[in-house]
Write a protein that binds this ligand. Structure first.
Ligand SMILES: Cc1cc2nc3c(=O)[nH]c(=O)nc-3n(C[C@H](O)[C@H](O)[C@H](O)COP(=O)(O)OP(=O)(O)OC[C@H]3O[C@@H](n4cnc5c(N)ncnc54)[C@H](O)[C@@H]3O)c2cc1C
Length: 142
């Protein structure tokens, strides 16, 4: 499972998916890439297009050298959609504990049990915390 449906979480889930591991992505927000979406509307990435390729998915040619906020959001959402990632949105993870063969995830909406999948990956590798560091919502002044 992956906690966080931002750039890091979706990239992780895509990378797992590419290797045949279907990950459940849990996010407290009600949509993918919510933090990018909440940034000021004129935001452009300061990472250039060739240097930001989540799980090997480059921004399409024709996009700005430094993608806009909308392009960044749509890039992440589009790949999550196309890969058919399993999403559990609107669900805050409060606590994660490892049992025998599963993870118990305490959420704001109750407890869920996520089974470890093996093979193809080791059990210790199945929980990814991609909950980000930046929480503040900033918008441009008009
Ligand atoms: C103004 C600004 C410009 C930036 N420009 C760039 C740039 O050009 N290039 C670049 O590489 N980086 C840039 N960054 C950094 C950027 O934020 C990160 O690269 C990227 O968004 C990090 O992705 P992430 O998935 O780690 O975290 P986030 O995008 O923060 O996603 C974390 C997700 O985890 C969810 N979450 C958190 N806690 C929980 C919980 N307990 N339970 C469930 N869900 C939870 C959140 O709802 C969120 O969706 C910029 C940051 C800022 C503020």
């Amino acid at each position: 499972m992956v906690i966080g449906a931002g750039q890091g979480g979706i990239a992780s889930a895509l990378a797992l998916n590419d290797r045949g591991v279907a990950a459940l992505v849990v996010d407290e927000a009600d949509q993918v890439a919510s933090r990018w979406q909440a940034r000021y509307d004129r935001l452009r990435l300061n990472t250039s297009r060739p240097n930001i390729t989540p799980a090997g998915r480059p921004y399409p040619k024709g996009h700005a050298e430094f993608p806009t906020r909308e392009q960044a959001v749509e890039h992440i959402r589009g790949h999550a959609r196309d890969a058919g990632l399993e999403l559990l949105l609107g669900t805050r993870v409060e606590r994660l504990s490892r049992g025998n063969g599963s993870w118990t995830v305490e959420t704001g909406n109750g407890e869920i049990e996520v089974c470890l999948r093996r093979p193809p990956i080791e059990p210790w590798a199945v929980a990814v915390a991609a909950s980000g560091r930046t929480r503040s919502k900033r918008r441009s002044a008009r």
